[in-house]
Every structure is written in C-alpha cells, then in structure tokens.
Write a protein that binds this ligand. Structure first.
Ligand code: ACO
Length: 552
C-alpha cells in the first residue's frame, strides 16, 4: 500500500485493496465459526496492563479502569445475569448515565452471548415501554435517578438497580453492586455466529413508532474499520467521543469501537457544557475528539478565549449526526488548530461516508466525504436507477458490493428501505465529480435536532395523549444552533383555549412522557391542518411555510 507524505495509507489504495478476509483476520474470532463481542472488545486485551476507560464522575473525580478491571467486573455481571436466567440471544436493557458500570454491564451481557438494548436516560415511560415491549428484554439495569420511570412501564421486566450511598433498594429489585460482589469474576465467553445479535437499537422514521434495529456481531468489522480509517485512532491517542451510549454513535463508537481496537475510551458523567468540555480536553490531554455539530457549535459560541488553553492539543476531531457547517470547520482551524472532519452514518449500518482522518483526506467544507472502504454507496432516482455526479437522489448502499454492511431489516417490522438490492438511507445527496457526497436533506419527515433523529409520529402520539389535544402535526424547522427544532401544530379540544401556559404544559407533557430531548420547543395552535384528500397530514407544507417565514 502506498503512503502519503503524512505516512497515511491513501484512500484510493484502501478502496482498491479492501478485502473482507483482512478485516476478519483482525478479529480473534471468526463470524463464520465463532465470535464473542466481549472477547473481541475486552478479553483479548487483558494481561497487558492496558488502560480501557477514563471515567469522570459528576463531582469531577477521575477513575481509571484497565481491560483487566473490566474483565473482572463484566465476569461478575455475566454470572449475575446467568443466575437470573438470562442466556444467549436474550435481550437485557440499560437506562444508565455514562458511568463505568454501564461498560461492565454491556460487556457482561455480551460475554454470555446476550443482546444489549440501550435506553437513553432522557426517555420517559412511554418511550421506554415501547422499546422494552418490542425487544422482550428480560432485565433492565438502571440507577435511582431513572428508576421511578419504570414504575409507569406496563409489563416491566425485572430491574437491577445501581445504588449510591444512602439509596434504598426498591422492593423486588436486584441490588446490582451487592450481587456483583457475591458473583464470581470467571466466565468463559459464549461463542456465537456473525449473524447472531449483540445489540438491539431503535430508530425513528416518518410513520409509526420507533423500530428496533437488530445489530449482528459481524457489525464489529464495520465498527473497527470506522475507528481505524475515519476516526484514525492511534494507540497513543487520548480518545473522547462525547456522544451518549444511549444512541448509536455513542454505543458503536464511544464503547465498542475503541475497546475493539484495544484503545481506552473516555466517559464524562456530567451534562455537556462548553466549559467542562474544554476543561476535560486540557485535563486529560485529549487528542482525538468526536461528537455532533451541535456540541461543536456550543464550543464555538463560548468564544476564542475559552478555546485558547487547548489550542493545538487536538490532533483530529470527528463530527457526526448532522451536516457540519463550514463556519465550524473554519473556527476549529483558527482557534483550536484542529482539523474537524464531517462523517455520515445512521443507526442502520453505522458510519458509511466519511472524510477519513486515517486515509489521508484533508478538511473539506460542504462535503460528507467518501464511501468507507468496504461500502459501495450510490445515488438512486425514484425508480431505483443509479445516478451520476451532480444529480440529486437518495443515498443508498449497494448491498451485494458492500461487504461491511450489516443491516438486514428492522426487528419484526417491514423494511421498505431495502429494495432492489439496495438499502435506501432516506437522505438526499448528490455525488461530486470526484466521488465525494454532498448532503442535501432528508427525503422524508424525520427530524434531525442536536444530532438526534426524532420521528414526528412519536411526538404527535405523545401530544394527543393530552386531553387538550384533538389533533397534532409535528415537523422540524430550521434552527441555527440545533440544525432543526421540533415544532408542533395543535388543534385543541373544544373546551380548551390556546395560551402560552397551555403550550408550556404540552411541551412538559411530551418531555415527561416521551423524552426530555424530543419535546416541541415551539407550539402553534391552529384550527386546521393541511391534508391530502385521503386525510393524511401534509407535514411538508407546514415545514415549507415555516422555512419561508424564517427566511423572511
Ligand atoms: C450514527 C449516529 O448515531 S450519529 C449521531 C447520534 N446523535 C447523538 O449522539 C446526539 C448528539 N447530541 C448531543 O450529544 C447533545 O445534544 C449535545 C451534547 C450536542 C448538547 O447537549 P444539551 O444541550 O445538553 O442537550 P440535549 O440536546 O442533549 O438535550 C435536550 C434536552 O433534553 C434534556 N436532557 C438530555 N439528556 C437528559 C437526561 N439524561 N435526563 C433529563 N434530561 C435530559 C436536556 O436537559 C435538554 O433540555 P432543555 O431543552 O431544557 O435544555
């Protein structure tokens, strides 16, 4: 393989020489014969005194865990789960903040061949109930801050609670720490096949409630390739992906990816602030940072003085979840002296199009990048024909020619996005003549806010649970900080009058029932909604009117 001046393998060479056999050889196991996610992400890195996790608590205390520490903790988790009757293929869920127990739990579940389902800590009972319902999870692990929501979840499985000093154990719960102390750390990893699952994610679409995204073990190949080629992770990097492991980018690339490569990851339990982010970069000497453009825009908003102490510290910065604005790229260059690269992916299939730090790509504005080696990405027209450069269409994965792709369809649901040998992402893009992809927008009503993918139907159905709401339509409207914000148009029941107080009450209702991140930040009370003759709400007309209004 030829090298660029910087000593990096060249992108074109990496594409030309890509062989799935080489990727498989990087694993200990073989997806065809036997593989275990714990063994890949932890077991094989033990006995070398290697750091696996730096965890900063809410109080600012730094705790460090080696792969051997995680092996011990996850072995105990594995035996605890086994004792509770959890076996290979069973789903166990976690509603946990970014604490070390989360990593131990995920690895412990994988060790016995179980499937981990993340539940974001901002979720309310409605969002939790739906996800536990379709996954059939056998156990949920949580902490006292999130425990109360489970009391409102119908058919909630057994709960294990991680108690802090002074907390009392809810009746019937498993005391997580006490059970771990009593359990043996020894547990032989249960071998599985590449098509067996190890994660059950969720994702939102335009219609219906969120759907389950089953992740098979062979996805490890793609997660490792992203860390190596796109993030460009090196053994001497201090890596911090600030995304929450309640979502794909966090679980795939803040936990699984770095540990797979045997490189330590970082958790900050505290809420995101620009100040604490700069402090942690400086304190830990972070060299490789990943996150969403909203987070980076918040760093920018703090001004150059706040950035000055860490200028030149970051070797590379990786951005995912929303298109990256040119202004952020310029600002990071000027005030942090850090190359920030846009990467594109989805919960389905993970990251697929990147400006690869590890393959010699330079900073590019307005471009999502190039297909990851191991993927053949195409742009399709409405009839499913492949388009050439400068013609907008739907970005899609050519299934037969993408050995790293792993998404086979939603859990117990139709997958119209897989058709004619392609997986259609639902994002409108066009190819540049050089083969890079420029992002245009979503082809459907899915909302992208702060890097979160939010389904309008989900928010609408939470709104109509409120007695004041007769009908609701939810759209994403442009926002300079969050890319889009959720906006609701509400027809009230006859006994109610629209007011700012009622709007706030409805917003709080969605926050509490559904999720603290997916509530409508704007609500308009209206007397009618645009509909098709068959009665389907035309969200695109509401969105168009809002875009025009904001332009004005
Ligand atoms: C392939 C892929 O998966 S691509 C990328 C996936 N996407 C992501 O990882 C998401 C990236 N986004 C983020 O990490 C965050 O939005 C950040 C760091 C950029 C900004 O964070 P914040 O400004 O703190 O708020 P955030 O957007 O998370 O949350 C929105 C609201 O939910 C609340 N919230 C978030 N988490 C929680 C929680 N655990 N408990 C209660 N409330 C919460 C916030 O307080 C906020 O409330 P507010 O509207 O009253 O301010």
């Amino acid at each position: 393989m030829t090298r660029t001046d910087a000593g990096l393998p060249r992108y074109e060479d990496a594409v030309a020489t890509f062989r799935i056999e080489d990727e498989i050889a990087r694993l200990d196991g073989d997806p065809a014969t036997g593989i275990n996610a714990y063994a890949e992400c932890c077991g094989r890195h033990t006995g070398q005194n290697r750091l696996a996790l730096r965890a900063i608590s809410i109080g600012g205390e730094l705790r460090q865990f080696s792969f051997d520490d995680l092996a011990d903790m996850s072995g105990r988790v594995a035996n605890l789960l086994r004792g509770l009757g959890v076996g290979p293929g069973d789903v166990v869920a976690g509603i946990l903040p970014r604490i070390p127990e989360l990593v131990a739990f995920v690895l412990g579940a994988w060790r016995i061949g179980a499937v981990y389902q993340p539940l974001f800590t901002a979720f309310g009972p409605k969002a939790i109930e739906h996800r536990l319902g379709y996954s059939g999870a056998r156990l949920v692990v949580t902490n006292p801050a999130n425990r109360g929501k489970l009391d409102e979840v119908a058919n909630c499985p057994r709960v294990a609670t991680i108690l802090g000093p002074g907390d009392t154990l809810p009746q019937g719960d498993v005391d997580f720490h006490a059970a771990l102390a009593a359990a043996s750390p020894d547990c032989e990893p249960v071998m599985r096949k590449g098509d067996d699952l190890f994660m059950m994610m969720s994702t939102s679409g335009t219609t219906g409630l969120p759907k389950g995204v089953p992740v098979p073990l062979r996805a490890l190949l793609a997660f490792g390739a992203y860390m190596r080629d796109a993030i460009g992770l090196r053994p001497d990097d201090v890596f911090w992906n600030i995304a929450d492991p309640g979502w794909a980018y966090g679980l795939y690339y803040a936990i699984t990816g770095p540990l797979l490569l045997g490189i330590a990851t970082t958790f900050n339990e505290g809420a995101f602030t620009a100040k604490s982010t700069y402090e942690i970069i400086e304190r830990l000497g972070v060299t490789s940072l990943a996150g969403s453009p909203t987070a980076f825009r918040l760093l920018l908003a703090e001004g150059p003085e706040a950035a000055a102490p860490v200028k030149g510290r970051l070797r590379v910065v990786s951005s995912a979840g929303e298109p990256l604005n040119p202004e952020v790229i310029r600002w990071f260059d000027a005030h942090l002296d850090a190359p920030i690269h846009d990467h594109y992916g989805q919960t389905e299939n993970g990251m697929m199009v990147n400006n690869h730090h590890g393959l010699g790509h330079s900073v590019r504005t307005g471009s999502a990048g190039f297909a990851m080696p191991g993927y053949r990405m195409v742009v399709l027209d409405d009839e499913g024909r492949e388009l050439g450069p400068n013609q907008p269409g739907i970005l899609a994965v050519d299934i037969a020619n993408s050995p790293l792709r792993w998404f086979d369809g939603y859990h117990q649901a139709e997958t119209p996005a897989i058709v004619g040998g392609y997986y259609r992402t639902g994002d409108t893009v066009e190819y540049e003549p050089d083969g890079s992809v420029s992002f245009i927008g979503r082809a459907d009503d899915v909302i992208t806010s702060s890097g979160y993918r939010i389904g309008p139907f989900d928010v609408e159905s939470a709104l109509i649970e409120h007695p004041a709401v007769n009908e609701a339509a939810v759209v994403g409207v442009p926002d300079p900080q969050r890319t889009e914000i959720v906006k609701a148009f509400v027809i009230l029941a006859s006994a109610y009058q629209g007011s700012p107080e009622l709007a706030e009450e409805l917003a709080q209702h969605v926050r509490k029932r559904l999720s603290a991140h997916a509530y409508p930040r704007e609500i308009d009370f209206v007397s009618e909604l645009p509909k098709t003759p068959s009665g389907k709400i035309q969200r695109f007309l509401l969105r168009k009117a809002e875009v025009e209004k904001r332009k004005g």
